[in-house]
Design a protein around this ligand. Structure first.
Ligand code: ADP
Length: 615
């Protein structure tokens, strides 16, 4: 027992639930279920409805409508940059690939526009199969950029983009994400300072730990409140529309499906993918708003699981029935509410492992309690049944001698009887009352032994001695039927109460005599091994029907053959023998064949010390 009511098996089951729950939680299915819950919680907690801090300048369908539009992005880009410069955005992040040589004249125009624009961030991305390298914009463009930022919106295995890795590396060459560079520039920070727990960007602390690969969960804007978008062609044709960019970060990119940019699913997608530039803008919004989500550390996750486990295990040990299930259900509800509550405070709890652990523990603790209670009820039922049967037998069996006693005493008192007849009746009364007395004594002995109320006077007892005494006691009975008793023994010490053991053997012997024909032989044997002493009584008697074998140890049970044999009995002898053997930590077995004989074998634990050394 660990502490009152709690057992080691409980701990075993709790540990099993913990391991199985964690395996379920960490399986592919568990991980995917957690992602679905994360998406749900993200949608349930959208960012506050307020104007976006960035603007997407979109190469949309309208802008790219002229033939070859997708091939000629630099020219309109240069024109748009010139317009933007007049409206003083905080930064302009250009999510376009500017690595190709392209047309010289167009490049010169773009270079000029870049030189005139402030705080431009250009895109860099990883390329190459064998050796991964950063592809950078042409040097002519690069030299006018305030920063380079990577534009990889790494989706999870299910193709949904939930996080952006803020620091990506090709070998030892690391680049910050474009959204992070946009934050740095808009914060007016010189550099990004790394700590184990996160990044310091000006006054903003971004809690992306090194352990989590500096991955930032993106809190996407609600589709009804998306990041504001301007069509690039509108800005060129109607420059006043660009007034919206003042004091905000502009993200320039292609937003048509089939364009050069990757289209990815998001937790809000419902089948509608989002362009890379929008994802980057959403990442920037997350950073600029400072509404960060952090994963609950695995140690805390484990702690919650263990606490839930212990709570449930203790609940089902200390309480029972409806109360236990009510408290268990309350704990389950609490656990299920945890991810919702924690999410509100910016914490993402990997829920499936905890839920699996808690449910397994609830089912195993609850199930075991149910089985335990059912077992108790069954035992109580069986005990009640046994008691009723015993009462039935007691009244039935005791009535027979009582009736004889009553009838006989009435005869004596009512009628004048000859002396010889009176003597005969008096003897009958005496023998019946002795039988009745024995019955009561034996019945009480069985009950007291079973209840552990008859203490054993335990010593090291010689099996040989026990058998010799009981054989001698039963010999007069055997002689009457000309039955021979053979005693074959080896020395062997039993740890037990000599008187009770003699009584048990005497009972087996008298049974063997009673239920055997005249002139047969009874063999009594004792042998021992390192652990036990075995005592067997074998007869050549009537035997016991197989169907009766399991019942003969029950109180008052007598087989039909026994009842018809004319031998008197109470049906209590074997019940008493069995109780004596059980109290000695031993077992009793019977092998029998109808008409061939029976063998009763007692297996009793050996005494470790010789008689002299035992108290
Ligand atoms: P009883 O007082 O009837 O002998 P026991 O409890 O000693 O009661 O035995 C229960 C029943 O088991 C007996 O009535 C008899 O039917 C059967 N039995 C016990 N020992 C033997 C035996 N050696 N051979 C055949 N039947 C036996």
């Amino acid at each position: 027992m660990l502490f009152p009511g709690l057992r080691w098996t409980d701990l075993g089951f709790a540990l099993g639930s913990l391991l199985a729950g964690l395996v379920i939680g960490w399986s592919a299915l568990g991980v995917q279920a957690d992602r679905a819950l994360y998406d749900f919680l993200l949608r349930l907690n959208p960012p506050p409805a307020e104007p976006s801090r960035s603007v997407i300048l979109a190469f949309d369908d309208k802008t790219l409508a002229p033939p070859g539009g997708l091939q000629r992005l630099r020219e309109p880009l240069a024109q748009a940059l010139a317009v933007l410069a007049r409206h003083k955005p905080k930064a302009v992040a250009i999510d376009l690939v500017l690595t190709e040589p392209g047309d010289e004249k167009v490049n010169a125009a773009l270079e000029e526009a870049l030189a005139a624009a402030d705080n431009v961030i250009l895109a860099t991305h990883l390329a190459g199969a064998e050796e991964v390298l950063w592809l950078e914009p042409l040097p002519a463009f690069r030299k006018h950029a305030a920063a380079l930022g990577h534009v990889h919106a790494a989706p999870d295995e299910d193709g949904v983009s939930r996080r952006i890795v803020l620091a990506k590396a090709a070998g030892s060459d690391r680049r910050w994400a474009m959204a992070l560079e946009a934050l740095r520039i808009s914060e007016g920070a010189e550099r990004i300072v790394e700590t184990e727990a996160g990044l310091d960007v000006g006054d903003v602390f971004v809690p992306v730990s090194n352990r989590e690969d500096r991955a930032l969960p993106i809190r996407y804007a609600h589709p009804s409140q998306p990041v504001e978008r301007l069509s690039l062609i509108d800005v060129i044709e109607n420059p006043s529309t660009a007034a919206a960019v003042r004091g905000r970060v502009v993200f320039v990119g292609v937003v048509v499906a089939g364009g050069p940019d990757q289209y990815l699913m998001t937790p809000y997608s419902y089948g509608q993918a989002m362009s890379g530039v929008e994802i980057n803008a959403n990442a920037y919004e997350t950073l600029a708003r400072g509404s960060f989500l952090q994963a609950v550390p695995p140690s805390i996750e484990l702690l919650i699981s263990v606490l839930a486990l212990l709570g449930l295990t203790v609940t089902f040990r200390l309480l029972s029935g409806k109360r236990a299930f009510a408290v268990g259900a309350a704990l389950l509800i609490l656990i299920h509410a945890a991810p919702f509550v924690l999410f509100r405070f910016g914490w993402v709890l990997p829920f499936v492992p905890i839920a699996a652990v808690t449910w397994l523990s609830f089912l195993s603790s609850g199930g075991r309690q149910y089985l335990r209670l059912r077992g108790h009820f069954r035992e109580a039922d069986a005990a009640r049944g046994r008691y009723q049967r015993a009462i039935h037998y007691v009244t039935h069996e005791m009535r027979t001698p009582l009736t004889t006693i009553q009838g006989s005493s009435e005869l004596i008192s009512r009628y004048p009887l000859a002396e010889e007849k009176r003597k005969e009746i008096a003897e009958r009364i005496h023998s019946e009352s002795v039988r009745l007395g024995r019955m009561v004594d034996m019945f009480l002995s069985v009950e007291r032994l079973a209840a552990g109320q008859l203490g054993l006077n335990t010593k090291a007892v010689q099996a040989e001695e026990v058998l010799r005494v009981s054989v001698e006691r039963s010999r007069p009975l055997a002689d009457k039927k000309n039955i021979q008793i053979e005693l074959i023994t080896q020395p062997g010490l039993i740890r037990g109460d000599a008187e009770f053991l003699e009584y048990a053997c005497y009972n087996l012997l008298t049974n063997a005599v009673k239920y055997s024909p005249a002139h047969s032989t009874i063999t009594v044997r004792a042998d021992s091994d390192s652990q036990n002493v075995r005592i067997s009584v074998t007869d050549e008697g009537y035997g016991v029907d197989e169907a009766d074998l399991k019942d003969i140890f029950q109180r008052f049970y007598r087989t039909q053959q026994a009842r018809e044999s004319g031998e008197r009995g109470t049906g209590l002898g074997l019940a008493l023998v069995e109780e004596i053997v059980i109290q000695h930590g031993g077992t009793i077995e019977v092998e029998s064949r109808l008409g061939e004989g029976s063998r009763f074998t007692l297996t009793l634990p050996r005494a470790a010390q010789p008689a002299a050394g035992v108290q």
